[in-house]
Design a protein around this ligand. Structure first.
Ligand code: PLP
Length: 419
């Protein structure tokens, strides 16, 4: 492979004007992109992207300012930054790598997954517009779409996952956008992405998919024709439970307006977070292979256990989206959700008896984490409301880390035996 700076074939200008690998190069595999994608040539020749912690940037003289403003006005690639809210070289480097991984023309980094989702939807939609979301979305995304957006005159319909008829019936003259998530949190429902895109295209609608659980190693939504992909980078992309971030990736024409809007509302990430994220991304391929394999083994073990009622993992033929998984997905990630036989108290005893996973919300890091959604993420809802969302009292969400599967299974065995 040529060095990044030695042939023009490999060079491109990123948003803040740094030399980088072409983000959507079809020649490179995902693991190569995770290590090198969008790699910047920096003034120090350091192998790591410099951590540029600054609020603003200096100009040599007024002529330099005039030249910069001219480039900006004409939408030309910029070779420098102006102010911290509009750009930062470390953030640009993270964005270039994320774009490379998703096969996107451009990516924008945010301070959290929810900030990415909310800023994106506010930038794409206007008062009077309607959007359709699928059921089983991450709870706060659903809350944002059904309770927050209506305050700004944007209405929302919720349809069952993969129900073509319901999706088509929900489309109105003012529908602009379809939003889904895959695999979903916490039941690992898989979006039939082919069908989703087909319906959207028939009706000239934009499509957005939250691919947090999949990561580009298990699914590349843009390759299936989705317009915009979003992630909570807090999870697998960063991978170490040490930061919060979000990302939106897609075509220049869609991302340009979002970037402009980001500068207006100030929904930005930070250079230190971006450098940690770049570091985490380098091992994404190795981690996902391990998460996929560990979770598959644990799901199979749990499915055969007499104390377990039901397991939600798409590699199991009992999962409702097993067939879609075989056709469209390369793996299913590290989250295994399951119900134990018994009530909320018995379920809590299983969790408390586990020795290796830590009792915490979130997912996608090296450490295994477990939680009982009914007593934490959905605590304030009535049991009836929780049931309507499929959140049973005896549901456990296990975010399987990268530990040894044998140890995690032995630990589950001792915990399930105790109750
Ligand atoms: C699928 C999914 N999307 C978005 C989010 C929100 O991400 P963040 O916590 O980084 O705001 C989460 C958080 O759990 C999630 O699971």
């Amino acid at each position: 492979m040529e060095k990044t700076t030695s042939t023009n074939d490999w060079l491109t200008l990123t948003g803040a004007g740094f030399l980088a690998l072409p983000s959507a190069s079809p020649k490179l595999g995902n693991s190569t992109q995770a290590v090198h994608g969008g790699r910047v040539e920096n003034p120090y020749h350091s192998i790591t992207e410099p951590l540029v912690s600054t609020a603003t940037y200096t100009f040599e003289n007024t002529q330099t300012i005039n030249e910069y403003m001219r480039q900006k006005l004409w939408g030309e690639p910029l070779d420098r930054s102006e102010y911290g809210r509009y750009g930062n070289p470390t953030i640009t480097a993270a964005e270039a790598r994320l774009a490379a991984l998703e096969g996107a023309q451009e990516a924008v980094l945010f301070a959290s997954g929810m900030q990415a989702i909310s800023t994106l939807l506010l930038s794409l939609l206007s008062a009077g517009d309607h959007l359709i979301i699928t059921e089983n979305l991450y709870r706060k995304t659903r809350q944002f779409c059904t309770a927050t957006l209506p305050k700004y005159g944007i209405t929302c319909s919720v349809v069952p996952m993969n129900d073509r008829q319901a999706l088509t019936a929900a489309i109105r003259p003012n529908t602009r956008l379809l939003f889904s998530e895959s695999p979903t949190n916490p039941h690992n429902r898989l979006l039939d992405i082919e069908q989703f895109v087909e319906v959207a295209r028939q009706h000239h609608l934009l499509t957005v998919v939250d691919s947090t659980f999949a990561t580009p190693f298990n699914l590349r939504p843009l390759e299936w024709g989705v317009d915009v992909v979003v992630h909570s980078a807090t999870k697998y992309l960063a991978g170490h439970n040490d930061l919060l971030a979000g990302v939106v990736a897609g075509r220049h024409e869609l991302i340009a307006g979002l970037r402009e809007f980001q500068g207006v509302v100030g929904a930005i990430s930070d250079a230190y977070i971006a450098s940690l994220l770049i570091r985490g991304l380098k091992t994404l391929g190795l981690r996902i292979a391990r998460h996929n394999e560990n979770a598959r083994q644990i799901a199979e073990y749990l499915a055969a256990h007499p104390a377990v009622e039901r397991v939600w993992y798409p590699s199991l033929p009992s999962h409702p989206d097993y067939a879609i998984g075989l056709r469209q997905y390369k793996g299913f990630g590290g989250v295994v959700s399951f119900t134990v036989k018994g009530d909320a108290q018995r379920t809590a005893r299983v969790l408390d008896a586990l020795q290796i996973p830590l009792l915490a919300v979130s997912l996608g890091g090296c450490e295994s984490l477990v939680s009982q959604p009914a007593v934490i993420s959905y605590y304030e809802l009535s049991r009836q409301e929780r049931r309507a969302l499929g959140i049973e009292d005896n549901l456990i969400r296990y975010s399987v880390g990268i530990e040894d599967a044998d140890d995690l299974i032995a630990d589950l065995e001792q915990a399930l035996r105790q109750v």
